[in-house]
Write a protein that binds this ligand. Structure first.
Ligand SMILES: [Ca+2]
Ligand SMILES: [Ca+2]
Ligand SMILES: [Ca+2]
Length: 317
């Protein structure tokens, strides 16, 4: 069920074209277009559990106009925003990132450099904070827009790729409004509006779809060294409890779980966004339901940022 409608903005100018994304910690981000400072700019606010909505904040200041925001979140709690921006004289696609604890990038990243119009961007990201962007591109003619794609592999933006252009759209018709999704297994999915079929056939605008493989996944970002360099416990063997010590090299969404020798998850000790640094967690030798576990070997596994470390631990009764 859905709750009642809540008003998020309240100024006399246009406020709209919102995009929304949420992270695993319950934080909700909204980005929208607002003309309260005259030209179209992108504003943002976020809902933080326990403290409510933050004030409206100017997120993108373009010297011309910024519009068509598309926002997504990833497993690490990062936000990825793309939009259409005319600050460079014609429309281009721009990008910026939000990192928990750091906030939004101070600088905007220009993704396209082309004299024609690039517009209608849509963004997706995978658990390693790789980023996938599609947009409508008029470089082959204003009456013949196509769908283009670009990815950020780790920290590096790759060359753009034409997903639909004259090679596959031999009628040189209109493709627009692309949307992209990614399954975390190097496969991307793109859907868009396509005018290639003749109206005379009773079909004009139809939805087309494309599956791409070989796109990035599993690439660690430059800011992502191995998450944990240390995982040990004492005493070991133990009864009835043991202290597990580890150290995170950076802020990250992390899980610390205990598995039995058959690989069954028996206890989740940590599943949250943690600050970098050392940490000690006590395990009382019980499962998630509070039942004492039998003597034997168990495996603790610390996971986050696309990496993990494991160590065996012995419960002796
Ligand atoms: Ca308004
Ligand atoms: Ca352009
Ligand atoms: Ca086209």
């Amino acid at each position: 069920t859905m709750g009642p409608a809540q008003q998020l903005t309240n100024d006399p100018a246009f406020s709209g074209s919102a995009s929304i994304a949420a992270t695993r910690d319950g934080v909700v981000h909204v980005a929208w277009v607002d003309t309260r400072t005259a030209s179209q700019q992108i504003w943002t606010k976020r809902f933080v559990p326990g403290s409510g909505w933050t004030p409206d904040e100017l997120l993108v200041f373009s010297t011309a106009a910024a519009a068509q925001p598309s926002l997504t979140s990833d497993y690490e709690g990062h936000l990825h925003l793309v939009w259409r921006d005319s600050r460079d004289g014609d429309n281009e696609i721009y990008y910026k990132e939000y990192r928990p604890g750091t906030g939004w990038d101070a600088a905007d990243t220009r993704l396209t450099v082309n004299a024609a119009t690039q517009s209608e961007p849509n963004v997706d990201a995978d658990p390693q904070s790789n980023v996938y962007v599609v947009w409508t591109d008029q470089r082959n003619g204003a009456a013949n827009p196509d769908i283009f794609y670009k990815e950020r592999k780790g920290a590096a933006w790759q060359a753009e790729v034409a997903l639909v252009s004259s090679a596959s759209d031999t009628t040189n018709s209109v493709q627009q409004f692309p949307a992209i999704a990614h399954d975390g297994q190097a496969t991307t999915y793109v859907a868009w509006t396509d005018h290639r079929l003749p109206a005379s056939s009773g079909k004009n605008r139809e939805v087309f779809y494309k599956v791409g493989t070989g796109f990035v996944t599993g690439v660690e970002t430059e800011s992502a060294p191995p998450l944990a360099r240390l995982l040990r416990n004492y005493p070991n063997p133990f009864n009835p409890a043991t202290k597990i010590v580890f150290r995170l090299e950076r802020d990250a969404q992390a899980t610390l779980r205990v598995f039995d020798v058959h690989g069954r998850l028996v206890r989740t000790l940590v599943d949250s966004y943690l600050a970098a640094g050392p940490r000690t967690v006590e395990w009382d030798g019980r499962d998630d339901r509070g039942h004492p576990l039998a003597s034997g070997t168990y495996y603790m596994r610390l996971q986050g940022g696309g990496t993990y470390v494991s160590r065996a631990v012995s419960l002796l009764k």
